[in-house]
Design a protein around this ligand. Sequence first.
Ligand code: SAT
Ligand code: MN
Length: 603
Amino acid sequence: MTAVTIPGLDKAPTNHAGLLSWVREVAELTCPDEVVWADGTDAEWTRLTGKLVDAGTFVPLKKKQNSFWAASDPTDVARVEERTFICSLDEADSGPTNNWMDPAEMKAIMTGLYRGSMRGRTMYVIPFCMGPLDADEPMLGVEITDSEYVVVSMHIMTRMGDKALAKFGEDAKYVKALHSIGAPLEDGQADVPWPCNDTKYITQFPEERMIWSFGSGYGGNALLGKKCYSLRIASVMARDEGWLAEHMLILKLTSPEAKVYYIAAAFPSACGKTNLAMLEPTIPGWKVETLGDDIAWMRFGEDGRLYAVNPENGFFGVAPGTDYHTNPNAMRTIAKGNSLFTNVALTDDGDVWWEGMGEPPAHLTSWKKQDWTPDSGELSSHPNSRYCTPIDQCDIKAPEWDDPKGVPISAIFFGGRRATTIPLVTESRDWQHGVFMGATLSSETTAAATGKVGVVRRDPMAMLPFIGYNAGDYFKHWIEVGKNADATKLPKIFYVNWFRRGEDKRFLWPGFGENSRVLKWAIERIEGKAAAVETPIGHVPTAEALDLSGLDAATADIETSLEVDVEEWKAEIPLIEEWFTKIGDKLPTSLRDEFEALKQRLS
Ligand code: SAT
Ligand code: MN
């Protein structure tokens, strides 16, 4: 058989035999015009952003240096959960919360889709590393993609290019991540600004540590280092190796006495993780610094404590609602430039705008690329529009954010968006009870995924769309992590809800910077200093136990936000029952025990 010649295929900057043969195999299948190895240099950024401007995908922003505006195809705007598959060898390892298909069957379908899918385009090979490059065992991956938008986004979101490739020893293990937008160009066919395909698949092959994505160019569907690798595949690695890969922000909290605490917090997509990660405390003397806003990998250190690392290198934050009041640190970070904005509105003077920024300008170009005025009667920006910006230029990044050792976690917060039932904050009785809280976490759906917004669904550990294996086994893993650890060194687990509403539907808790008051209470609980009431659902503060000094909110509202309403909780019981029934046989008995104990305490 004669090898096909594709320009660039022989220009590989590595001798890694496995990688070379995989790249050749993919190129021969997808038939690109050319193969380019991404090097991660500024020159590459300039070349590719220029190419994207020429293609009409990017508009350079006059008001933000080295930054670009993009509008996606209106059908390609969020993660596609119903098209996301965990193709484990055994269906039982995928479990009740994931879509499953036999891996051989899926490979046959997707191989058909990939055949010739890069025709007329460039195939980029992106070596990347999730987490610090100088880790003992750097967590490597290679994404093959036919999207320049993906390459430049990976420049921000990951450590990539030559510096990652340098970590590929002869038998280095890495995650294979194949991505095609699925929009081949025939000779002479004109391109569109956001090529994609109506048929979409986001597939994980957990045993092979492999990802195949087809048809979408947006967010977590296409930036495969993010949810696909760092959560779905990494959660399987973590199960096998005794650690945790979680959908959590990491923040550093310093008290007025200069004591340092690290907190990890899990919330579903678009529930304010980035805002909490960059919070500006309203209580004097407290300081927050950021280590990550979306994903935490937590491993036990030699001292028996749980240490967290953020695998990412950038923030991919929800734009609408972000402004100098809600998240000044995010605004300052993007103001420095070097950022990408997708599906927000473009101002006439070459800046970005979105809902939540205050008074709208008289005229904008909407994310649909239409003229927009305040009277248009529709949103200028898609609710899941995003900014993509480097962590390194965030003023309040903790200096240790890139430390391969990670940071020791004192508290884990689980949170959801619930109008009723769930108090502002509840401390779990112990680790197992905390796992029960996480396993039964619920939230109203948001725009981060396609589908109906505002429906309450169970979202265990905020990981529902991201658990790479059976959810029952995932709960068992969480329980075992606690059993194998020194209980005195484990983080304490809290359940928060910033989104509880009063009878007239207004929010009871002001949120944002005021959430520092809840962080302070949690830390004081850890220090054994703050009071709490033992309730059927866990330890809840009274309004007096929270530091409310200088808070401009009605005490009655705060009290209502803290209420444990037994009737509301009794209504929650059948919902938890339904959820546990769905989990089925693999539900750990310890969680069933926790549930029975909760019912007892409520009766
Ligand atoms: O599109 S992403 O999955 O990267 C963002 C999110 O849903 O949190
Ligand atoms: Mn997320």
